[in-house]
Design a binder for this molecule. Structure first.
Ligand code: SER
Length: 319
């Protein structure tokens, strides 16, 4: 990757990935794009363009203008929003991806597209979910992710587009909150722990889901995109994760820093059903073997960092 276009650059992943990539590849070589103008406090020095990913021509023109050789296609709706607006999700998640793939084909770019634990369903083995296994998701988001994985593989085999992807678990970060996901509780719980010393979880006790801290997620994208193509057997998309946790596990980790922290539950049936259809813990051995994936944050290390970073961020806002 030398000149990179990022879609969904103002989202949870994009807002941090752009910063990290600009440090590595040079600010002028990372073209951040999103559907809306950025706010002043979101501004990072470097090119910024408005791109609606459902507008194929608009995306192509921006990619061509900057002569990009890699596209990181992050613009998409998350699981809970997709369940509420399934047709919009299909049009945005699939329409955006096929447009990005077409741009990558015409301009001979590498393409990264994130898949998700949502690409699995109730009939998938829940523990140590294998890289290659049953994928019969029951959500619109999952349907989009499986179709997306297949479409990316198709563009690789049919047109030689260098497509790569990972199946992200819930991503935890302190910079930009996620929106409309099932795993969002694992971010909210940290904000609320600092703000109020308590959190009401919409996901039930005992519900295990894979999670990963954002620095590991960003490194995964870069490591996979820079990996030797000849070593990749799977491409779309690799299981990655750092921890398998239930809400009470995160609460216990927070309590070690904030002893008075309290967790209670008010389960949202829609998101609970989605969570129950997903794996408890993924097997990441293919990602480790094929491109050296490694997570560096476990629950304890992530919790210490999240609380420290969120505290100083909230203090900055007050002052
Ligand atoms: N974090 C995502 C969601 O909850 C899963 O990929 O929708």
């Amino acid at each position: 990757m030398k000149k990179i276009l990022v879609t969904g650059a103002l989202g949870q992943i994009g807002s941090e990935l752009v910063v990290k990539m600009r440090e590595i590849y040079g600010a002028e070589n990372v073209v951040a794009t999103d559907i809306r103008p950025h706010e002043t406090d979101e501004y990072q020095p470097g090119p910024y363009e408005i791109v609606d990913v459902t507008d194929a021509k608009g995306m192509f023109e921006v990619a061509k203008k900057y002569q990009v050789d890699a596209i990181i296609h992050l613009a998409a709706l998350l699981s809970a929003t997709a369940e509420a607006k399934p047709l919009l999700a299909w049009n945005l998640n699939m329409g955006g991806l096929v447009n990005a793939l077409e741009v990558a084909r015409e301009l001979r770019c590498q393409l990264f597209s994130p898949s998700s634990i949502g690409a699995f369903g109730p009939s998938t083995p829940k523990e140590r979910t294998p890289q290659d296994t049953i994928q019969r998701p029951t959500t619109m988001y999952g349907v989009n992710k499986v179709a997306g994985e297949l479409l990316c593989d198709y563009y690789y085999h049919k047109f030689g587009v260098d497509t790569r992807g990972v199946r992200f678990p819930g991503l935890i970060s302190y910079v930009t909150p996620p929106g409309g996901g099932t795993t969002d509780y694992a971010v909210e719980i940290y904000y609320e722990a600092i703000r109020r010393g308590r959190y009401t979880s919409y996901i039930a006790e005992g519900t295990y889901l894979d999670m990963m801290y954002m620095p590991d997620a960003l490194q995964a994208v870069i490591s996979l995109m820079e990996a030797d193509s000849s070593k990749l057997i799977h491409r779309n998309a690799f299981n990655v994760t750092a921890m398998s946790v239930a809400p009470e596990d995160i609460a216990a980790a927070i309590k070690r820093h904030i002893p008075e922290f309290e967790l209670d539950f008010d389960v949202d049936p829609v998101r609970q059903e989605i969570a129950e259809s997903w794996p408890d813990s993924l097997d990441t051995s293919a990602a480790k073997a094929e491109w050296g994936f490694q997570a560096t944050y476990d629950l304890e290390k992530m919790t210490a960092d999240m609380l420290a970073k969120l505290r100083s961020k909230m203090l900055e806002k007050v002052n």
